[in-house]
Design a binder for this molecule. Sequence first.
Ligand SMILES: Nc1ncnc2c1ncn2[C@@H]1O[C@H](COP(=O)(O)OP(=O)(O)O)[C@@H](O)[C@H]1O
Ligand SMILES: [Mg+2]
Length: 339
Amino acid sequence: MTSPIVVEDLVKVYAGRVRAVDGVSFSVNDGELFGFLGPNGAGKTTTVQMLTGNLRMTGGRATVAGLDVRTAPLAVKERIGLVFQESTSDPDLTGRENLQLAAALFRVPLASTKATVNSLLERMQIGDAADRLVKTYSGGMRRRLELGVGIIHSPQILFLDEPTLGLDPQGRAGFWRYVQELRKDRGMTVFVTTHYLDEADSMCDRLAIIDHGKIVATGTPSELKDRLGGDIVTVRPTNRTGPEVETLLGNLPTVVSVSPLDGTYRVKAPRGEELIPTLVEACTRAGIGLAGVSLKRPSLDEVFLEFTGREYREDEGLTATDRAVRIGQVQQAFGRARR
Ligand SMILES: Nc1ncnc2c1ncn2[C@@H]1O[C@H](COP(=O)(O)OP(=O)(O)O)[C@@H](O)[C@H]1O
Ligand SMILES: [Mg+2]
């Protein structure tokens, strides 16, 4: 069987200027939970929108469920589920009504609609609130409902665009529990975007890290971390910085590399905790005062820093323009999906 999602050299240029997706290639294996991790504005939503037939690609090729997205966007839409980054359930309808509406839109046979809706309500644990207006739901309940809407037509491939954005840790854990259950029961392939590092690390079988429209690294979370080649000891000198500090640190035993960053030095070594005593002693001997030394096991934010040269910030805010652009984009896309 061909891979459920194959993307080659995908490009999106908005309004002839903004190169939001800049030559992205990857493929997702059958049944895999594939993560697209990147900071705000990296190009995640743009990629999802192109792959789900909601946005025209400027260049490249993509097949989803074996279909060419460019030539058969409607057939693609019928075979996939999609949960948008922004909330798309109607707050003035009940949870049950939202699901019934989705069932009608996706042409779920009338005879099985009732049973399908009931089982989804139960599965997503919103049974008790099924007949309450969605505007009374918590964020987590609303996202679970939207997950139910996304899979009402039993798609084999599910796209989730930052599905847990803004949820508290409990809401996030709850949401992921249902995604995992669905994968187990239905063998669904899931493509998820997130800017949460911990989520990408713990949930995804494989990841692509995207920054400024380009994939900077692909692999399983542990492959990516292993590529860093060890722990990271960050040294913050009080009085001296410069090449001699870098050389001194670089010459210590077991040190793999040293890179300066904002007045600190990031020293890579296989066993960081064993390096620290030697490092402190060497600095003291050389008259280098230390404001702090910290040890970090490899994690995905280190991976991001390694491949982009920038620190990863999860909380980077969206500008008002970004928000407006995005909300417009989603409304348009959802309008199209409903037609
Ligand atoms: N409709 C649009 N018109 C112009 N620029 C856009 C539009 N949508 C998104 N962008 C820009 O494209 C880039 C990628 O956006 P997006 O795909 O939404 O990123 P992410 O989902 O990773 O946060 C950003 O610079 C964003 O401002
Ligand atoms: Mg987005």
